[in-house]
Design a protein around this ligand. Structure first.
Ligand code: FE
Ligand code: FE
Length: 165
């Protein structure tokens, strides 16, 4: 499997397929999170991010085009594991007061995975002289970061107190 001829451009392509897979799982999961969330603000946050995630997928498809490759996925075991843990928490805390706190924690793990991937991809794109791709990747990275911050804000401002009472 390992080939010495694999270059940064190959790594970029492989990682693009990984995050493309992840985003496709995430866009299916966000409506479920919105449905489960008890806080109105949290429901809205998940719904807003679902729309953003559709754009993330479109941006990735644009980047596949830029590098002249078909938009394909490769299984991302990391996101499968993160989403599975989210399901477990949601099940364990279903209808309980700590449910929303658990959903936020699960969603933040997702955002951090995405931030890690997009940060790396943007840097590689710059390295490879693909400024337009880098710009798209940075845009998405920024939206993941803002979502993470919004979730932190919701946790601290309302959800955690609700869970502790
Ligand atoms: Fe995303
Ligand atoms: Fe995200």
């Amino acid at each position: 499997m390992a080939k010495k001829s694999m270059l940064l451009s190959d790594l970029f392509h492989e990682t693009l397929k990984d995050i493309y897979f992840a985003e496709k799982q995430i866009v299916k999961t966000l409506p479920k999170l919105a449905k489960k969330a008890q806080s109105r603000d949290l429901k809205d946050a998940f719904e807003t991010h679902r729309k953003q995630t559709e754009e993330h997928i479109e941006r990735l498809e644009q980047i596949f085009k830029m590098i002249g490759k078909a938009a394909r996925t490769t299984e991302c075991k990391a996101i499968e594991g993160i989403l599975e843990e989210g399901d477990e928490v949601a099940e364990l805390f279903a209808d309980g007061k700590a449910l929303d706190a658990g959903l936020i924690a699960a969603a933040q793990a997702v955002e951090h995975y995405e931030m890690a991937r997009y940060g790396t991809l943007a840097t590689w794109a710059e390295e490879l002289g693909m400024d337009d791709a880098a710009e798209l990747l940075r845009q998405t990275w920024q939206e993941e970061r803002e979502t993470d911050e919004l979730l932190s804000h919701l946790a601290v401002s309302e959800v955690n107190q609700e869970a502790a009472a």
